[in-house]
Design a protein around this ligand. Structure first.
Ligand SMILES: Nc1nc2c(c(=O)[nH]1)N[C@H]1C(S)=C(S)[C@@H](COP(=O)(O)O)O[C@H]1N2
Ligand SMILES: [Mo]
Length: 503
């Protein structure tokens, strides 16, 4: 048993060294082609929707590090086994390396927007790992006796030396990859910081007095939901947006072309279809951008085109009904968020935003392409995975204070939260205590129908446990349904309910 440990260790170290070299090569040339990221991205896209839902629910924003860690773990186990086999048969090392190299290369090349070159980092990683493993085992671990493959002899000194050399090389290559990544990130951060956003031609409505604290969500606190394992890094100087498909004439716009157009600025609430009742994937920001409808008209959109497909740098596709883009709502190509250029996490340099639709149906980040087509002709990324093609935001409300299971002191308590029905607006919010009557909450003022509404109510509880429920009514008079629905396939429904205890 002890005898397999050195060989297994050499397997793991060689694989780590190969991956480090592959990541360094990718960092210097095409970051998305890094072997770990490419495999991770392929796994995300291949993961069935229920599993993905489960992972997002259980892991939240840790889903990505957990995925990368799991890939590294599986790779390490495989490499350990390979190390042990390679001592017996050199061919095993070669075969294993070829297998991993081809798998990584296939994942990298099959990523949307990848070219043939994306195969190279994985193939180089595999070649390095395989070569190093064979050389290392040849030097330090041998089969002790012909015909007895499980009796090995370890040359302790040679083993320690070889292992140290590989570990050193791995740390050096990994460190260099990190330095290259940081340098690239630093350059991008600088060009982002250097952007001077023009003043909007059409500024946001002044926020009415009395808007409560917490109405706006700071960029650092704004939820992030996407499938990107690493945040796409796009240089605004070379960025172009192509508008094509069922149009009279194609448009190609640079970032400065966008900034030169009249900009609008709006406070808009964005939320994710994956949000559970009472969940956190919602926020309100002041967005600055180019209105989309005039651009579509300039391109001469074909009236039979009913879907606009947005594509992003890392290959997301998001389909939006053309009708919603032309109905007068403030759908836009955003360049600014809360007074600064878009943060990298939220789609820098340009994202789409369609008020009134869940993010997956109208708000593509890291935008590079807009194609006019039809719903009959194209299913976007999430639609292919069973989510609804038409995804208007459902009327919903959330209790934010008190927190679930809070212990309330005697006397009056404030019950407060938000309610939203972007596009329609909120007319009323009601709160129910236990089996009592629905009581109307006070609504704080809002700038438009496209933001959430803050509501509050003062309540003096009797001592003991209580259940609080909230429901909203939109401006069309439609009341939020009590019927529970899961986020899949078109957004959760049901009343947010919490339990508290008053003393
Ligand atoms: N390129 C890209 N755009 C995307 C996504 C994505 O995975 N990739 N996710 C969408 C989803 S599901 C939501 S809810 C919003 C979230 O935007 P935010 O991360 O800025 O809050 O982005 C949308 N745009
Ligand atoms: Mo989403």
């Amino acid at each position: 048993m002890r005898r397999i440990i050195p060989a297994a260790l050499l397997g793991v170290l060689s694989a780590a060294g190969g991956v480090a070299v592959g990541e360094l090569l990718a960092a210097a040339t095409r970051p998305p082609a890094g072997p770990l990221v490419a495999v991770g991205g392929a796994i995300i896209d291949a993961t069935p929707t229920p599993v993905k839902e489960f992972a997002v629910r259980q892991l939240g924003t840790y889903d990505k590090p957990v995925l990368l860690g799991s890939i590294a773990l599986v790779l390490a186990l495989f490499a350990a086994g390979l190390g042990v086999l390679t001592v017996r048969r050199r061919g095993a090392g070669v075969a294993g390396a070829v297998l991993l190299g081809v798998a990584g290369a296939a994942a990298a090349v099959s990523r949307p927007s990848a070219g043939w070159f994306d195969a190279v980092p994985s193939l180089v990683a595999a070649a390095v790992a395989g070569g190093v493993l064979i050389a290392a085992t040849t030097r330090s671990v041998q089969v002790a006796q012909e015909g007895k493959p499980f009796l090995v002899r370890v040359d302790r000194r040679a083993f320690l030396k070889t292992a140290a050399v590989i570990a050193g090389g791995t740390v050096a290559a990994g460190g260099a990859a990190g330095i290259v990544q940081r340098a690239r990130g630093g350059a991008l951060t600088e060009s982002r910081a250097a952007i001077r956003l023009p003043a909007p031609a059409d500024p946001a409505a002044p926020r009415p007095t009395g808007v409560g604290a917490g109405f706006m969500t700071r960029n650092a606190d704004f939820y992030r939901v996407d499938t990107a394992l690493t945040v796409p890094r796009i240089d605004p100087a070379s960025w172009r947006l192509r508008l094509h498909g069922m149009v009279g004439r194609e448009l190609s716009l640079s970032f400065t072309d966008l900034l030169d157009r009249p900009l609008i600025e709006r406070d808009i609430t964005l939320n994710c279809v994956s949000n559970e009742v009472g969940g956190p994937y919602i926020g309100t920001a002041r967005w600055l951008g180019v209105p989309l409808a005039p651009l579509l008209r300039e391109a001469g959109l074909d009236p039979t085109a009913d879907q606009l497909v947005a594509r992003s740098a890392e290959g997301m596709t998001i389909g939006t009904p053309v009708a919603t883009l032309l109905d007068g709502r403030d759908a836009m190509l955003c360049v600014g968020m809360n007074g600064e250029p878009l943060p990298l996490d939220h789609g820098f340099p340009v994202r789409m935003l369609t008020p009134g639709l869940y993010g997956y149906a109208g708000s593509c980040k890291w935008l590079t392409e807009l194609e006019l087509t039809t719903f009959a002709d194209f299913d976007a990324y999430w639609v292919r995975r069973g989510w609804a093609a038409q995804a208007p935001v459902k009327t919903a409300s959330r209790i934010e204070r008190p927190l679930p299971f809070a212990q309330l002191k005697p006397g009056p308590a404030t019950v407060a939260g938000v309610a939203w029905a972007q596009g329609r607006g909120i007319k009323a919010v009601e709160v129910r205590v236990d089996d009592g009557p629905w009581r109307p909450a006070e609504l704080l003022p809002v700038p438009s129908a496209d933001t959430w509404v803050q509501w509050r109510l003062t309540w003096t509880p009797e001592p003991g446990p209580h259940t609080l429920a909230v429901r909203a009514t939109d401006q069309t008079g439609a009341r939020q349904t009590e019927a529970r629905a899961t986020p899949f396939p078109s957004g959760a429904t049901g009343w947010h309910t919490i339990t508290v205890t008053a003393s």
